[in-house]
Ligand binder design. Structure first.
Ligand SMILES: *Cc1c(COP(=O)(O)O)cnc(C)c1O
Length: 420
């Protein structure tokens, strides 16, 4: 459910007509709904109500906007961060350091030191080498660190290859069969409080089955680790729940996910931790764009050229992802068209031969389900500006990330003296 609906023939974000935002901020622009974010945060929390005190950490990489993080912080969410930059954002949004989990396969020494000094609640270690480096730095600084070992359970998440993370040949975590020996060596290091394990097998999962399989393997591993004398108090089950991008998509209901988790983890006697990203933010955002012009194409299919491009919303180019496209003021007629951006790459294509609302030059339109992995992946390719972000709350809205103009980016570049 979300709060982007037609009211009197005009698409609104909550109570704000989208043309008002386009007039005020320009296009393209991401628009987020506070009510949708809060609803999703609540639905996910409710889904886990059968568990004892689950830890909820929003996966910041899905949408790192400071105001979005603030909304989630006020919902009691901590953060799962994968870089020092994301850590700074979570802290700036008011999340307690203790509620921040530091994941990521390539934490640098500098990032680890900063996280130790900030008092980050848990490091999700991705290799024995990283664990040893963390222990050394924690020891030197006399700042003991809570840590869990990320396990690669070798399960096929059944999602797009580029967002699948739990197969043996993916770069993430340590292989489940090597985990007991590695855990044993890390648990012996001073200044490292090894307290459990973590996993995250991929994103946009449309079936609970791979998750259940992976969780089952983790349950067995927890037993093995305890049998080896380790004290296991935390298990981080990651994120990955898929969302609906188009008609016919049938992602798992959070409530069914919660019930499955409760069933599979019964008797584990640990604090369970979660890192939802897309399921919280995905449907809470749209990308608002304006049609530049419509030009004829081969085979009678016109190209609707919009002012948003692959640099603003990369998912279609990266993963062949589908985003619903709708006119902001639909006239009831439909056409079949290709939807493309202005960037000079054929990959800058949002949809081919799509049945869409009739649009013409200067019409406003939206790409739905753009609240996760949208603005955060934006680039300045083709010397385009960085897309701005707006947050709506009832009848009011605010720019929560400014457009960064191409001139500003150009001003940060320099020609060396010896080239002048
Ligand atoms: C990306 C990521 C997540 C969030 O994944 P979603 O599919 O957005 O829920 C959680 N944990 C880790 C370690 C991640 O890398």
């Amino acid at each position: 459910m979300n709060h982007f609906d037609l009211v009197n023939g005009v698409l609104h974000a909550e109570d704000v007509p989208l043309p008002t935002i386009a007039d005020s901020v320009g296009t393209p622009v991401y628009v987020y709904s506070r009510a949708t974010l809060e609803r999703h945060a609540q639905v996910f929390r409710d889904a886990l109500s059968g568990l004892d005190n689950p830890h909820l950490a929003f996966a910041v990489k899905a949408n790192p906007n400071l105001a979005v993080l603030k909304v989630l912080a006020r919902q009691g969410y901590g953060a799962d961060v994968v870089s020092g930059g994301e850590m700074d954002r979570a802290l700036a949004a008011g999340m307690a350091a203790d509620d921040i989990v530091f994941s990521g396969v390539g934490k640098t020494a500098e990032e680890i030191v900063r996280a130790l000094k900030a008092g980050i609640g848990q490091f999700n270690i991705e290799s024995e080498e990283e664990g040893r480096e963390l222990a050394t730095l924690a020891n030197t600084l006399n700042l003991p660190a809570n840590a869990v070992l990320r396990i690669n359970p070798d399960v096929d998440a059944g999602t797009h290859g580029k967002i699948s993370t739990g197969k043996a040949d993916n770069k993430f975590g340590v292989g489940i069969h090597r985990a007991p020996e590695i855990y044993g060596r890390l648990d012996a290091l001073p200044s490292l409080n090894m307290r459990g394990v973590a996993l995250h097998i991929g994103s946009q999962l449309t079936s609970l089955e791979p998750l259940e399989t992976a969780f089952g393997k983790i349950g067995t591993l927890v037993q093995d680790l305890r049998a080896n004398g380790h004290r296991i108090t935390h298990v981080d089950l990651g994120g990955g729940l898929g969302v609906r991008y188009k008609d016919g998509d049938n992602p798992p209901e959070p409530a069914d996910y919660g019930a499955m988790v409760a069933r599979v983890t019964r008797g584990w006697d640990v604090r369970l931790m979660f890192e939802p990203g897309r399921v919280i933010a995905g449907n809470a955002g749209i990308l608002l764009t304006r049609v530049i012009r419509v030009k004829p194409g081969a085979g009678n299919l016109p190209f609707a050229i919009v002012d948003a491009a692959m640099n603003d919303l990369a998912r279609p180019a990266l993963y062949d992802a589908w985003h619903d496209f709708e006119a902001v003021e639909p006239n009831g007629q439909k056409m079949t068209a290709n939807i493309v951006g202005p960037v000079c790459e054929t990959g800058d294509t949002f949809a081919m031969a799509r049945d869409i609302d009739v649009v013409a030059a200067n019409d406003l339109a939206i790409f739905r389900t753009a609240g996760a992995y949208g603005a955060t992946m934006a680039s300045t390719y083709n010397s385009r500006g960085l897309v701005p972000e707006v947050l709506v709350d009832g009848g009011k809205f605010a720019i929560v990330a400014e457009r960064i103009a191409p001139e500003t980016i150009l001003a940060a570049e320099h020609v060396p003296d010896w080239l002048k």
